[in-house]
Design a protein around this ligand. Structure first.
Ligand code: BGC
Length: 392
């Protein structure tokens, strides 16, 4: 069976600056990950921009990425460092010459240490510092940008940094603080939206993480319902001023009533016969549910800004791409205005608090030599992006 996508459907891949570049002075630098790696040297992308651009260009016409804010603006509200501006401009220019435009993510979990020290998103007074950074990004890079993401997954950031303690500043169970962080990011988004709109016609949105939450037992169902509401409704509310909803999807999360993931709860998932990748339960149909519910509520175009699977096995990655894209094609058939699909990730990178051994890359990275290797999954996805469809 052939799965085809509409004309003009946009294909791409994504990375995040902090996960692929050697760490500038940002809030993640020096953090020790679960697999023992230290957040510093990641994949040497800043030294391999030209060869990386050639690899990126095989995966469609859009590349979603970010800037290392800590490297480009080492002092609060200071001028951008000219050499760093030139480095990114040259890279974007190179991509443009290869037919690739940019979805620019302005905040992806990492920010300068100076911003962290002043309380980052916990303090409303810090919003102007972000806005000045955004203003300069629009000025220097606006011409390359076809889509804007003011924030990547504010819900994942607030949850991991203020509820679960996984991301810096590693606070736990600070529910009201997590909500304040969401609201401050939302306010920053709102102002940034208007600022960007004055200078750029490119659509503006965020990327919100979504998942399928299900409970086992009465208590599990209650917890799943509450977490689902907080994660996808409460967290979305401050960002409703947007041209499109950027959504990412990876996980099927079961509550029994505690969350069961594939890192700690493998035995239970096996018992329940639920497939999983290295991190979470696997249920691609959940993406269809999310797409329908977002479109129903907001009546705005949607964009899959991230989707992928944590595995070392390219054959599993190919299967996941097929599964997820079948769900996307079905949603389009049922009337969801899905603008495009961006696969996470272009190449293996530093998976935040877990470390580089948690692989998502279409291209495999040898972390000793930093060589990128084409995998069957990379070739498979590249072909889909060229043919605008695939044989199931
Ligand atoms: C994040 C990425 C991350 C991916 C896989 C997303 O939530 O935006 O930075 O690597 O999930 O966990």
């Amino acid at each position: 069976m052939r799965i085809d996508f509409p004309n003009g459907f946009i294909w791409g891949t994504s990375t995040a600056a902090a996960q692929v570049e050697t760490a500038g002075p940002h809030n993640w630098r020096g953090q020790k990950a679960l697999d023992g790696a230290v957040f510093d040297r990641t994949t040497d992308h800043e030294l391999r921009r030209n060869t990386d651009a050639a690899l990126i260009a095989q995966f469609g016409s859009l590349y979603r990425c970010g800037i290392d804010w800590s490297r480009i603006q080492p002092v609060p509200q200071g001028k951008f460092v000219p050499e760093v501006v030139a480095e990114y401009q040259l890279f974007f220019e190179d991509l443009r010459n290869r037919g690739v435009s940019i979805m620019l993510v302005l905040h992806h979990f990492a920010h300068p240490e100076w911003f962290e020290k002043m309380g980052a998103w916990t303090n409303e007074d810090n919003i102007p510092f972000y806005l000045e950074y955004v203003r300069l990004c629009v000025k220097h890079f606006g011409e390359y940008v076809h889509f804007w993401n003011t924030f990547n997954e504010p819900n994942v950031y607030a949850m991991n940094a203020f509820l679960l303690g996984n991301f810096p500043p590693a606070k736990k169970a600070r529910y009201f603080l997590a909500n304040r962080v969401l609201d401050n990011m939302g306010e920053a988004h709102d102002i940034a939206f208007r600022m960007i709109r004055e200078k750029s016609d490119a659509p503006i949105g965020i990327s919100l993480n979504t998942a399928l939450f299900e409970g086992r037992g009465i208590l599990g169902k209650l917890v799943a319902a509450f977490v689902g509401w907080w994660f996808m409704r409460r967290a979305a509310r401050p960002f409703e001023r947007c041209d499109f909803w950027g959504l990412s999807y990876y996980a099927y999360m079961i509550f029994d009533p505690f969350p069961v993931d594939a890192m700690q709860g493998r035995r239970k998932l096996d018992q329940w016969n639920i497939p999983y990748d290295k991190m979470w339960g696997y249920r691609p149909e959940g993406l269809g549910k999310v797409l329908r519910s977002f479109y129903k509520k907001y009546q705005k175009p949607v964009f899959i800004t991230e989707n992928g699977i944590c595995t070392d096995d390219p054959q599993k990655r190919i299967q996941a791409i097929k599964d997820y894209l079948s769900v996307c094609a079905n949603a389009i058939k049922n009337g969801v205005p899905l603008l495009g699909y961006i696969h996470w990730s272009t190449w293996d990178n530093f998976e935040w608090h877990l470390g580089p051994s948690y692989r998502f890359g279409l291209l495999r990275v040898n972390f000793d030599t930093m060589e990128r290797e084409q995998t069957p999954a990379a070739t498979f996805y590249a072909t889909i992006t060229r043919e605008n469809g695939f044989d199931l």
